[in-house]
Write a protein that binds this ligand. Structure first.
Ligand code: HEM
Length: 160
């Protein structure tokens, strides 16, 4: 990102590997590894999940289900307008769901509304992609979350 000619780079996963933040993230990822019922079998509808079995869901798989989100890779924000398929809400799990869901969800929504509302406000700055393209943001690798290609540069824009 550039503002007033000064480049401002949003760190990519590759560039923050010497930061304490990464330790915190790694701890979190390790803790987030699949949930296991150690003592009893779990029963869900007609299925029995034997004790000791790791259980988890993939938000990416939920969000990319073409039966729920037709053309899932397309940016179609209007898919959320009007009376949309209720399965979309069921499948929307960026903050996970249930007792271990994200505590910071409301703060995260507030931050996203403020930042995106500022960047995309009426008569706001014109943004131009700077030395990056779609391949720098499209997930192609799995690292608990989806990551773009190995040498991705992240999203960089010039505000004019
Ligand atoms: C867009 C931003 C965010 C996303 C997508 C996100 C996503 C998630 C997800 C998926 C989990 C569940 C992890 C699991 O399954 O164990 C989680 C947990 C958590 N998140 Fe977030 N999060 C975001 C921002 C935040 C913020 C801003 C905070 C705090 C200021 C926060 C605090 C936490 C905490 C404390 C947990 C652990 C909850 C628990 O284990 O009981 N998150 N987050």
């Amino acid at each position: 990102m550039h503002q007033g000619g000064t480049p401002v780079r949003i760190s990519s996963f590759n560039t923050v590997d010497d930061s304490n933040l990464v330790d915190i993230r790694i701890n979190r990822v390790l803790r987030r590894q699949a949930r296991i019922s150690p003592d009893i079998d779990l029963v869900y509808k007609q299925w029995v999940i034997p004790k000791g079995t790791a259980v988890g869901i993939s938000a990416h798989t939920m969000h990319m289900d073409p039966g729920v989100f037709p053309e899932p890779c397309k940016f179609l924000p209007e898919r959320w307008l009007g009376s949309y398929d209720p399965r979309m809400s069921r499948n929307f799990v960026p903050f996970s769901k249930g007792s271990r869901a994200c505590w910071g969800k409301q703060l995260a929504w507030s931050e996203m509304f403020i930042v995106l509302g500022t960047l995309f406000r009426p008569n706001g700055s014109k943004m131009t992609a700077a030395d990056c393209d779609e391949s720098d943001v499209v997930p192609t690798r799995s690292c608990e979350i989806g990551l773009p290609k190995k040498d991705y540069k992240g999203l960089r824009v010039t505000l004019g």
